[in-house]
Ligand binder design. Sequence first.
Ligand SMILES: [Zn+2]
Length: 106
Amino acid sequence: MNINCDIARDLIPLYRDGCLSEQSRRALRTHLAGCAGCRAYLGEYREHFAAAKTDAAAAPSGDFYKIAKRLRQRRTATEIGVGAFIALLAGYAVFKTFKNNIEDAK
Ligand SMILES: [Zn+2]
């Protein structure tokens, strides 16, 4: 079975994952043996996935850090807001207590 470059490149992901039938694998290998372009494509495809696997294992993506930073900032803002509210409440309680004491003293 002869396949053209389009079909060969469609099959490369399946070939890489070991999901091709014996007949398709043979057809792809025959094509790759005679086609430098598709061999290069397969090489790039393998390199791309090897690099992606290494990056994913080594460190989370930049997006992860951005999201984590944003969540930290949001948490800090919430803590400041809650702290300010508690301080306001405590201030009001102190004010009320003094006001009542002054009124009682009269
Ligand atoms: Zn080809």
